[in-house]
Design a protein around this ligand. Structure first.
Ligand SMILES: [Zn+2]
Length: 411
């Protein structure tokens, strides 16, 4: 999958981009020539005399070539390496019967392209983003597509055609995004028992069954009528405790299973920082099981109190378990300020954005979404922005292959 956005380089940047195109074309062509000659001559030389030409050998030779040719060295090694990978892919498609034999790229000032790996993007505002181009710096592009999808890209191709520049972000296919390749996800939790993920999924924590809930309410009502320190009251308390333990056990199972699934399928998980969250949100009075509210018309408060108390402790435990199950540093905690009021599409932040508990509607751009999904996207967005700003590689965006090729070149 690929998301193409219009790129708006300055005049100086455009000249640099053009240089990258020329270098990429040169490396691609010289690599193609070498492979073609090797294929043509392998029968003449005999099977043992000719070492096989492949991406690894060509990467080494590229490094040597850069040592000799000043003009090539002035360009970006990662752009030039990416051209060799491009060539390798073209041969892969040819061998698999998906494409014709690779063709030489013609020199042209009107057409060209190159690939950026280890992508770093950031959002400036609703309409503009920036992509980091090696040796050139940040180049602006116009955002017309889902920002979250753009940030999920691991590489991009910059193309030049008929005077216009574009950047095409290569995003993982939706099905493969769930594989253990290190997809990034944001999680928001609501006051009920649901975790909302930035990709739209919901995880519902188990609660008491309807029957158990009415039983719980009945017991609480009975408790409020019973005399303190009476034996009957003791029995009622014990029955309430049984229900609480049952719910607790159910939640623990769920918590272990969910954290395992999430940790296994994501390279990066972003959540709200609880320590900050607790400071900014007004503390709610803790329900005391020993002294329940005397008047309970329908038991709503009792149920809510039970859920809140257990969820509050479960969320902290949820994060702890998640952190244990993930590689260090891959659970990111972000500032929770205004996550529920900020638009995931345009970044507009206003209290009126949240139409109701469940629906988010942006007053600036009209973006509509489930309120918690929207918040989860904002949380993820925040985490990705801080990691790229701090210069850390966002996990899942740097493949081992790229690290290896960097070493090859340095050697
Ligand atoms: Zn908006």
């Amino acid at each position: 999958m690929s998301i193409r956005q219009r790129l708006y380089p300055t005049a100086g940047q455009a000249a640099g981009l053009m240089e990258h195109c020329h270098h990429a074309r040169f490396v691609f062509n010289i690599g193609l020539e070498q492979r073609s000659m090797w294929r043509r001559d392998k029968h003449l030389r005999g099977p043992l005399s000719a070492p096989r030409v492949n991406t690894a050998t060509q990467m080494r030779e590229l490094a040597e070539l850069r040592g000799e040719a000043e003009w090539l060295r002035a360009g970006s090694s990662s752009v030039q390496q990416a051209a060799l990978r491009d060539l390798d892919r073209a041969f892969g498609n040819f061998f698999a019967g998906r494409a014709k034999y690779p063709k030489f790229k013609r020199r042209s000032d009107r057409e060209g392209s190159f690939v950026i790996r280890d992508l770093s993007v950031r959002r400036l505002n609703r309409k503009w983003g920036e992509v980091m181009v090696p040796k050139i710096g940040r180049v602006r592009f116009r955002i017309s597509r889902d920002w979250v999808q753009i940030t999920s890209a691991s590489s991009a191709r910059v193309t030049h055609q008929n005077g216009a520049w574009h950047v095409a972000f290569t995003t993982p296919a939706p099905a493969r995004r769930m594989a253990a390749t290190g997809a990034a996800v944001g999680i928001d939790r609501d006051v009920a028992n649901t975790l909302a993920l930035s990709d739209g999924r919901m995880f519902q924590a188990p609660s008491l069954t309807t029957g158990e809930q009415s039983r719980f309410v009945r017991l609480q009502q009975r408790l409020s009528r019973q005399q303190k320190d009476s034996r009957r009251r003791g029995k009622t308390l014990e029955k309430l405790a049984v229900l609480r333990r049952r719910l607790e056990a159910r939640r623990s199972d769920w918590l272990e299973q969910t954290t395992t699934t999430l940790a296994r399928t994501h390279g990066l998980i972003a959540v709200e920082d609880l320590r900050i969250r607790n400071m900014v949100r007004r503390p709610k009075p803790k329900p005391d099981p020993e002294t329940p509210t005397v008047f309970l018309p329908n038991g709503a408060r009792a149920k809510a109190g039970l859920n809140r108390a257990i969820l509050a402790s479960a969320w902290g435990r949820f994060l702890t378990r998640l952190e244990h199950k993930m590689p260090e540093g891959n659970l990111l905690r972000v500032d929770p300020k205004n996550t529920s009021r900020t638009c995931a599409a345009c970044g507009h932040c206003a209290p009126g954005n949240r139409e109701s508990q469940a629906v988010f509607e942006c007053q600036a751009c009209g973006h509509e979404a489930h309120a918690d999904t929207n918040a989860a996207i904002v949380i993820l967005d925040r985490a990705l922005r801080t990691t790229t700003a701090a210069g850390h590689a966002v996990s899942g965006r740097t493949s081992p292959a790229s690290a290896g090729s960097a070493n090859q070149l340095a050697a």
